[in-house]
Structures are given as structure tokens and as C-alpha cells.
Design a protein around this ligand. Sequence first.
Ligand SMILES: NC(=O)C1=CN([C@@H]2O[C@H](COP(=O)(O)OP(=O)(O)OC[C@H]3O[C@@H](n4cnc5c(N)ncnc54)[C@H](OP(=O)(O)O)[C@@H]3O)[C@@H](O)[C@H]2O)C=CC1
Ligand SMILES: [Fe+3]
Length: 420
Amino acid sequence: MRKDSEEMCDSSNCFPLQAMESAKLETVCIFGTGDFGRSLGLKLLQCGYSVIFGSRNPKSSNLVPKGAEILNHAEAAKKSAIIIIAVHREHYDFLRGLADVLKGKVLVDVSNNLKINQYPESNADYLAGLLPGCKVVKAFNTVSAWALQSGTLDASRQVFLCGNDAKAKEAVMEIARSLGLMPLDQGSLLAANEIENYPLQLFPMWRLPCYICAVFTVLIFLYCLVTEVFHPLATRKEDTSYLIAISIPNRVFPVVSLILLALCYLPGILAAIIQLYKGTKYSRFPDWLDQWMLCRKQLGLVALAYAFLHAIYTLVMPIRYYVRWWTNSYLITQIKDNATYPFSNYYAWLSDSYVALGILGFFFYVLLGITSLPSVSNAVNWREFRFVQVSTLYFLLHNPNKHYIFKICDCNTGFVFIIE
Ligand SMILES: NC(=O)C1=CN([C@@H]2O[C@H](COP(=O)(O)OP(=O)(O)OC[C@H]3O[C@@H](n4cnc5c(N)ncnc54)[C@H](OP(=O)(O)O)[C@@H]3O)[C@@H](O)[C@H]2O)C=CC1
Ligand SMILES: [Fe+3]
């Protein structure tokens, strides 16, 4: 009937594709009765598809979901235009023997590898090479068998797919949509390599921010160690090593946090300078700047995590032995000297405004972090987003003197130090 249906399926064995188009939920064949095949089969059955498994041992397998048929590979393939190959790549060889029966059919490659770029070509390319007469679509490899079975697909609802045949791809996308998944077309089969690498990547966008954060943390920690522990030890023979657990980290966290925050916004400025210098915005940025721009959100989130640590470390100050000892000895000194240091309005204001600025700064920091989350930023328009981001950043970066105030109070009374 329709030309596209004929194009999809030109072998005599092929299940006519118009059947697939008229009856919405057609028959889907799955090769392999392993974990993934069974989970996907069950989900397809639940969504109203007829499922036929193709297996090496059609008689002995009693694990397939109820309602599904199980046949040998050739028999099963004849019954469907779409065949999901839920078999590991190493075993694809058996498909060569089925070349005639599979000719013109849509083969869905769901396979993953154990290592990034394990083989010279992607598994989907390999499958297409084995069976040149078939339309290979890469899909479903980022969905886990466990998520399919338990229904916890929230985190992995996206199905990246690619293939050289648009109609074959559309048919697989339709299946994904019927299963409640979100298909994302990544283009031709050339993209298969990248799709196969997705599940194997370990925080690729987080690597650079984590390195930068680690380098600054170590450098500033060492600087504090030298100035606050080694220096007093060398000059005054004073052991201040107890500062290593809380005081020094609590100095490192806010400093690194503000550096990372500044690093989030610096590449934007550098990019603008480069564009102005080149006199055009239609030129590529250098690679290092590209990488830096791409990981700004992660840099911001690491900065926010450090700000949280700083807030928590600051809150535990009053229960520290050292601080309690300092307060008591300060009190005892007054008693011994029979002296009362009068209440100072000036220092009361200083300490309160210091703490208030800290709290407000932290609040704006969190606001900045929350508005960068996709779900929140999608809910505001570009002008609103810029308004929150720019005004918040202005507040945060114009109050770095908080720590300067802290120093004055610390030197003069020691009282504010206890609050910090
Ligand atoms: N498990 C998961 O969460 C996910 C798995 N995948 C991919 O799905 C595919 C299947 O994975 P999974 O189900 O976990 O693996 P299993 O090892 O559980 O199952 C593989 C199935 O392949 C068939 N098989 C095994 N050896 C051969 C062979 N020599 N010739 C023909 N068929 C063979 C068997 O089915 P039978 O005995 O019926 O012939 C077997 O049950 C893999 O490519 C994997 O990368 C993708 C995403 C997630
Ligand atoms: Fe602070």
C-alpha cells in the first residue's frame, strides 16, 4: 500500500510494515532471553505489544514473561518487522546465518561494552556490517534492565537513538514513546559510538571542576598550614596543630568557594574580550576556553558545596573545646582582675552585621545554585534568569570583606571569634 512501508520491508519473509502502521501496537521480536531481553519484553507486553522471543533454546526457557511467545531465531524473526537484539556483541556471529530471514528488517542494537572505545567500530556499525540488508538502529542501551523491571525510570527516561534509515528510526522511537520513554534522535549511525560510551562515562563534565577545586584546596590548605601551624611552631614554639581539623578547613572552604564562583563567570568575560578583539562572534573559541565554558555549572555546584561546608563548619564553632576554653579563661581573667569589660555597641553591630552578611551571602549563593538547575531555569525567562544571576553575583562578590571584618573583631575582642 504505502510506499514507505514497501521501502521498509522488501523481502518475502518480511512482516508487512503496513500492519505495523494500521494496528498501532504491533508484534516486536526480541533475540535473547537474558536480563535485558526479558525486562524489555515484560515492559512491551505491559504496554500492549505482542512479544515473540527468539532463543537458542526455545523449549527450555521458562523464564520469559507470561504472554510472550518463544521460538527459535528464524521462526521468531519471520513474525516481526522489528527485532531487538538483546545479545552481547561477542555473540552476534550467529546472526550471519539468519541474513536471509532478517533482510529488510529493522534491527535494534541495544548492546553496551565494558570499556570506552573497546572495539574499533561501534557495535551498531559492526551489526550493520554483518547484515548489510538490514536497517540497524542503535537504541535503549542507556536504559537498564533493572529500571525497566522496577519501573524506576525517572532518572533514565531518555533513550538516545541513531540510525541511517529515518523510517526505521521513527518506528523505534514510536516504541520508546509507547513505553513512556523519551527518545532523543542523535542522527546517523556514526553517533552510535558516542551513545555506546554514555553509560561508561564517569562524570565527564565534573572532572575539570574537581581537578581545579582539588588544586586550590591543596594550595590554600598548605598556605594556611605554613602560616598558622608551622610558623608559630618555628618562631614561638607554640603547638597550634589542633587548627588542622576545623579552623584551617573553615578558612579554605570559603576562599576556594569564592575562587570557583569567580571562575564560573570569568570565561564569559574572556569570551566577550576575544569576540571584541576578533570583531566577530562567528569564530571558534580556543579549546581550553570551550572546555572551561562547558563546565561552568559544575564549577558553580562545587563552589556551592564548599559554601555549605563552610556554613556547617562555622555552626560547630561554639561547641569546640578550644573556643569554650577561650571564653572561660576570658571570663576568669576578668574575675581575677576584678574588671568588667563594658558592652561595646560598636562591636555588637560589627559582629551582628558580619553574621547577617554571611547568612545573606549564603542565601544568595543557594539562590544562584537553585536558579541554575534546569527545572528551575526552564520556569523563568532569559531576562528573569539574568536578573537573579547577576544581582546575586553582585552581592556575593561585593561582600568578600566579611573575612576582613572577622579579623578586626578577632584581634580586638575575641568575642566575635566565638560567634564565627
Ligand atoms: N542488563 C542490562 O541492564 C542492559 C543490557 N544491555 C545490553 O543488552 C544485551 C543483553 O544483555 P543481558 O540481557 O544483560 O545479557 P544476558 O547475558 O543476561 O543475556 C544475553 C542473552 O543472549 C543470548 N546468548 C548468549 N550467548 C549467545 C550465543 N552464543 N549466541 C546467541 N545468543 C546468545 C542468550 O539468550 P538465549 O539463551 O535465549 O539464546 C542470553 O540470555 C547486551 O548487549 C547488553 O550490553 C543494554 C542495556 C542494559
Ligand atoms: Fe565566612
